[in-house]
Ligand binder design. Structure first.
Ligand code: FES
Ligand code: FES
Length: 129
């Protein structure tokens, strides 16, 4: 199967790979999701500032090229967004941007799920604030 140029670009030069340090504490939300279809796993983290804006994001994905490209793209997209704006990112937008074929749609769903899980984790940690 041929990958699109954008998938290859994000796959070969993934943006924002890694994770935040423990010292970042409750400013970081972590989402960890797996795809039942293939067993791939994606960990996505957001770092949120005082104003409730995502100032940084990182990911680690153990999976296919499309999953890596989807998570790389999403870490770029969420920067500068509020939590609610980040929740509005749809897997269809990711799939469209990367020109994913139908069998790879679940890879983009993984990225949408990961960002939702990260926001949820952040909100849980900061409930009392
Ligand atoms: Fe093998 Fe995704 S199915 S890496
Ligand atoms: Fe399963 Fe891509 S093949 S995440």
């Amino acid at each position: 199967m041929a990958y699109s140029e954008k998938v290859l670009d994000h796959y070969e030069n993934p943006r924002n790979v890694g994770s935040f340090s423990k010292d970042d504490g409750s400013s970081v939300g972590t989402g960890m999701v797996g795809a039942p279809a293939c067993g791939d796993v994606m960990k996505l983290q957001i770092k949120v500032n005082e104003a409730g804006v995502i100032e940084d994001a990182k990911f680690k994905t153990y999976g296919c090229g499309s999953a890596i490209a989807s998570s790389s793209l999403v870490t770029e997209w969420v920067k500068g967004k509020t939590l609610d704006e980040a929740l509005n990112i749809k897997n269809t937008q990711i799939a469209e941007e990367l020109a994913l074929p139908p069998v790879k749609i679940h890879c983009s769903i993984l990225a949408e799920d990961a960002i939702k899980a990260a926001v949820e984790d952040y909100r849980k940690k900061n409930e009392s604030k």
